[in-house]
Design a protein around this ligand. Structure first.
Ligand SMILES: Nc1nc2c(c(=O)[nH]1)N[C@H]1C(S)=C(S)[C@@H](COP(=O)(O)O)O[C@H]1N2
Ligand SMILES: [Mo]
Length: 342
């Protein structure tokens, strides 16, 4: 039974909370060169909300676990304490505007979350073997640009990924309770997947044997596969890198310069190449090993041999052999223009 209402926003399943903000929120406090720390402080983290920000009290909140489960349940906020706490440090990257999927936005942070493992919650509810996707429902509702009215923000995750990764239902960010904008009282955090999949203001987990037929899962956030009618859900983070130092527009002395930054992907980054001539030639940078689903630091020593303008580019390749395109993609190479003076 898939009516139009259901396809657009999936039917409302809980009472509507009041919205503290009733329109999309896009806060980008961070430019690449300010991303100097391995762990991003919360005040530098971007905020993205398509439909608004609901105001939710933890004592009025519950999380329903339904669908293909042997023992459906509704967890109250305090019930989350039954599960072993789990802390995960991971990159959080916005895939960018879903209406402009080939534009690089470079909204990235590396933060620490605390919560409980989604697979523990599913196990307690006796998730069925036939479950292939986990649908997460957010309490936010409304319209996104010219979209039809959404009854919930809904995203889905492959069950296989949930079973094999530390996907959490998070209550804390960088050691503090989630703020309302970041999803209080609880949100999904899906390490290695683009931020869009990490549903904030989580109210319902549904185990299903098919993808959710919802606007943010099936219409937006699906990349066209060139030369075919098929589309690929925006789940796994593609390899990417960011030059933090030197910053854009810097005037540098013609001495030894260290170019450094971060590289990340769903899997390990195995190499980062640097170009100082706008992409004509490339040299391998040093890359620190991956410590978890976090970003990895890269460094490259460069001695410019003359004064002038330089275009610095970084290009990361991951363990499964994927690399960054030069342009026209959300993960196209990062370019920083600098000048060198005598
Ligand atoms: N319920 C809900 N969850 C959501 C969104 C949303 O609009 N509604 N936006 C997603 C997107 S696109 C991103 S990039 C991340 C951003 O998380 P942050 O605002 O905590 O940085 O939240 C995701 N989770
Ligand atoms: Mo996003």
């Amino acid at each position: 039974m898939t009516g139009d209402n259901e396809r657009e926003g999936l039917r409302r399943v809980t009472p509507k909370p009041e919205l503290a903000v009733q329109e999309p929120v896009l806060e980008f406090p961070l430019s690449p060169e300010t991303n100097t720390d391995f762990m991003t402080p919360s005040e530098k983290l971007f905020v993205l909300a398509h439909l608004g920000v609901p105001r939710i009290r933890s004592d009025a909140w519950s999380l329903d676990i339904v669908g293909l489960v042997g023992s459906p349940r509704s967890l109250r906020y305090g019930d989350l304490a039954q599960f072993t706490p789990k802390t995960v440090a991971t990159t959080l990257q916005c895939a960018g505007n879903p209406l402009e999927p080939t534009r690089a936005m470079r909204l990235i942070a590396n933060v620490e979350w605390r919560g409980v493992l989604l697979r523990d919650i599913l196990e307690q509810a006796q998730v069925a073997r036939s479950c292939r996707y986990i649908w997460g429902f957010g309490l936010d509702y409304g319209t996104f640009f010219s979209s039809p009215h959404q009854e919930h923000y809904v995203k889905d995750l492959p069950m296989e990924y949930v079973a094999t990764h530390d996907v959490i239902v998070a209550t804390h960010l960088n050691g503090e309770l989630l703020s309302p904008k970041h999803g209080f009282p609880a949100r999904i955090v899906a390490p290695g997947y683009y931020g869009t999949n990490s549903v904030k203001w989580l109210c319902r987990i549904e185990a299903a044997d098919r993808r959710a037929n919802a606007y943010f899962t099936k219409e937006l956030y699906n990349d066209r596969i060139p030369g075919s009618d098929a589309a690929k859900p925006v789940w796994e983070i593609e390899p990417e890198s960011l030059i933090v130092s030197p910053g854009k527009g810097r005037e540098l002395k013609a001495s030894a310069i260290v170019i450094s930054g971060w590289a990340w992907s769903t899997s390990d980054i195995t190499s980062v190449e640097l170009s100082t001539d706008g992409g004509k030639t490339w040299a391998a940078a040093e890359v620190e090993p991956r410590k978890g689903p976090t970003w990895q630091r890269f460094r490259h020593r460069w001695i410019p041999n003359r004064a002038g303008q330089y275009a610095l580019l970084s290009r990361a390749t991951d363990r499964i052999g994927r690399s960054q395109p030069l342009d026209g993609a959300r993960n196209s190479v990062h370019r920083v223009d600098v000048s060198v003076v005598d």
